[in-house]
Design a protein around this ligand. Sequence first.
Ligand SMILES: [Zn+2]
Length: 335
Amino acid sequence: MKVVWSDLFTKTFFSPPSLVEAWTSRMEEFKRRASKYFQFEEPLEASLEDFKLVHCEELVEEVRKLNDVGGVLDYGDTYIYPGSLEVLLADLGGVYRAYEIAKHQGFGYTPYGGLHHAHRCSAAGFCPLNDLAVLIEKLTKEGKRIAYLDFDVHHGDGTQEIFYERDDVLTLSLHMYHPGFYPGTGHYSELGRGRGLGYSLNVPLPPGTGDEAYQLALKIIVKRAIESFEPDVIVTQMGVDGHKDDPLGGALNLSTNTFKAIGELLASFNVPVVGAGGGGYGRRSVKAMLAELSGAFGIGELWEEVREEKTESNPEAISRVMYVKKFFEDQLDWF
Ligand SMILES: [Zn+2]
């Protein structure tokens, strides 16, 4: 079984300096542990021009300029370090390679990227440019219907905005939604616009959601949406920052059981699935990444390595999931 890897993934990230070390050690730890189970494939070639498929020219040029000197994009939480452009291109090339792998083995995975907060004309939330949106746009140009699933603890706001008026791209994000929690969007009433009305879905979850409620959402919302939408390809942001040990998203209180369930669900659809790493800001995030891969590839030995106790769900989370499912049933004729 193959997954994507490049040593450039351990070089840097696009967060403030205080988080870069946690990120790069997560990548090193992933390399060390995943190499026991997987063959690594290098990213394909990618160019900065590719990002113009979904981004304003000004934003792409700003990234190009900052690559020489380093600097901060937009609101001040998205950094370009001198020379980090090559990492961004390895990231995009990794997404391309993951799609090639997915065509052969069903599920293709790259541990970096999933830069879902990058909007069409603005960077945000450690995301200079939106790698998965570029792949999605390319695939729709081939006439494919794409389902984008976002499991990161933060709302996939940039990807949602880019495809908000499209009916050939379904975006579906599960995330923590709570006053003060980044980015503050992703209410279930955000359903798309124009031709795209009904093709942006959001499942906003409260702190303390836990395994049971999250997995209920996987079953009665995510699985059902995919089966009804009938995509040709699934593109997914597999962020693990909802894991209970994560410094940014731990309040969602998920254990590795949920990340294994995400992997199993993704492998159950009969179409190519492309997964990118997404958020996760500690070395312990790697357990959740490996749980996803153990689920997707059915590797029992790997699951034994990362298995944790299930976490409890608060009643509010269960009723929120039921409510959102009912809301979609009432609002969407295709769901
Ligand atoms: Zn995140």
